[in-house]
Every structure is written in C-alpha cells, then in structure tokens.
Design a protein around this ligand. Sequence first.
Ligand SMILES: *[C@@H]1O[C@H](CO)[C@@H](O)[C@H](O)[C@H]1NC(C)=O
Ligand SMILES: *[C@@H]1O[C@H](CO)[C@@H](O)[C@H](O)[C@H]1NC(C)=O
Length: 267
Amino acid sequence: MGKIVKSFCFLVFFGVLVEGLNIWPMPNSVNHGHQIMYLSNDFALKSDGSKYNDASGILKDAFSRLLDVIEVDHVIDSNFSHFDPMAILHGIHVIVWSQNDELQYGVDESYKLSIPSHGTQVYAHIEAQTVYGVLHGLQTFSQLCRFNLTNRAIEVHQVPWYIIDQPRFFYRGLLIDTSRHYLPLPIIKNVIDSMTYAKLNVLHWHIVDTQSFPLEIPSFPKLWNGAYSISERYTMADAAEIVSYAQRRGISVLAEIDVPGHALSWY
Ligand SMILES: *[C@@H]1O[C@H](CO)[C@@H](O)[C@H](O)[C@H]1NC(C)=O
Ligand SMILES: *[C@@H]1O[C@H](CO)[C@@H](O)[C@H](O)[C@H]1NC(C)=O
C-alpha cells in the first residue's frame, strides 16, 4: 500500500513538472506553442520523398491504426467551413530515409515530429531513419489529438509542435508467462498493441516451464502433451503469427524455451 501511495505521489509530482504535456514516454526534446489545429475528416498519409516504399504495408497499416485510435470516424461534421481554413490539418507527411525494414536489435527508432500552427494545405511532418521511428512518431501524434465532444472535431492543442525523440534504452521489454497462465492469441495481440502505445520494443515470451508446455515442437511431438489442455496450446503457425504481428508493430519477440530443466509438465 505504501508503495502504491508513493508511486501515486511520484506521478502527481511528475505531472506537475510537465504540466499540460500528455505524452508518454516523455520525448527527448519538446517545443510547442499555444494555437489549436483541427484534423480534416479526410486526414491522409503522404509519403512522397521517402526512400522507403512500404511494400509490406507496415506504414499504411500503422496509419490506419492511428485513425482508429484518434477516432477520425467520429468526426461527423464534414462541414469545416466554420473553422478557420488556415487551422485545418490535412494529414501527415512521412519521410523515411532507409529502405530497409528489417527489425534488428538496435535499429534506429529516432524520429522528428512537427505540427505547424497555420497555413493552407497544412500537413504534420514525421521524418525518421527507419519505418520503426515513424511508428513511434505516429504514437506521439495520436497522444496530441483530443476529440472535442462540443464541436465534434479532433483538435491538436498547443501547436506548433516540434519534437525530436529517440529511445534512451535499446531494450524496452515486457514479459508474459504462458506456462503459468495460458494466454489466447487475441490476448497476446492486445498486449502487443498496448506495448506500442508505450513505445516498448521487446516482447519476452516465456512460453514453457514446469507448469505447462503449450508449444508445438514438430521434432518432439509429445512435448506439448504437457499443455494444460488441448485448447491451451500454440501451434508453430500460431507462434509465427505472433512474431509477425509484433514485428509489423516494431516489436521483437524474444522466445524463452527452457530445456532441459523445468520438465515436470512433460510427462
Ligand atoms: C457549412 O457551414 C456554414 C457555417 O456554419 C454554413 O453557412 C454553410 O451553409 C454550411 N455548408 C454546408 C454544405 O452545409
Ligand atoms: C471544444 O470546442 C468548443 C467549441 O469550439 C470550445 O469552446 C471548447 O473549449 C473545446 N473544449 C476543449 C476541452 O478544448
């Protein structure tokens, strides 16, 4: 209990220090102004000038997740004529310098995000070395958006923004333990989604242990008899699906399979 109160005090204190900034984790460098911009209801992604061609759709999918998170489809008023036309944000212009989207440990995750305060055909601007930097930039952007129930518009307050960010640690992990507690695939995917909001980048998947062995190992087909039940198991295809789902979101899966110890569940 004491611990909880202490963490709470810490959060309150921290909140006071960075009053008005609801970005998490706090970027490396943040500058902002005091204007408001409104997101156009045809808010779009533009990526001309990028070396990256997004053949695998990582960027396109990330942008459509962004639209879901900021709930662009709740903007029912398609008549923006009562807003200052110079205060409409039409989309995000993304520039990625590297063509390579291989997700390796230590990959460049830095990005720059700027949101202008006025102009005609104004776009926010994200520039990054790799597409994984852009994913973080989109997260930061989503955290600056607020849905206003009165005018039914998505607003970005405190523009112009100019943010330069890169992670302080290469390894930012979260551990799940599916040996002690089986997690169905959709739940693991939810965990991965939440990790992206906090810009974490390693899912440490502690798959098997003494308590249960839920993973299919084709060369040792009896091992997963150690699962809690037939429905509490992962096929190879399930595992591959999780790895790919995570990678497309900039998260590497660190699979832990304990052998030869922790064998109680195997017989
Ligand atoms: C849009 O809103 C303006 C001001 O509120 C109004 O004058 C105009 O008729 C509206 N246009 C449409 C197409 O609804
Ligand atoms: C929502 O929009 C209305 C009308 O523009 C404005 O008066 C109000 O301050 C806005 N609310 C917030 C929380 O910004």
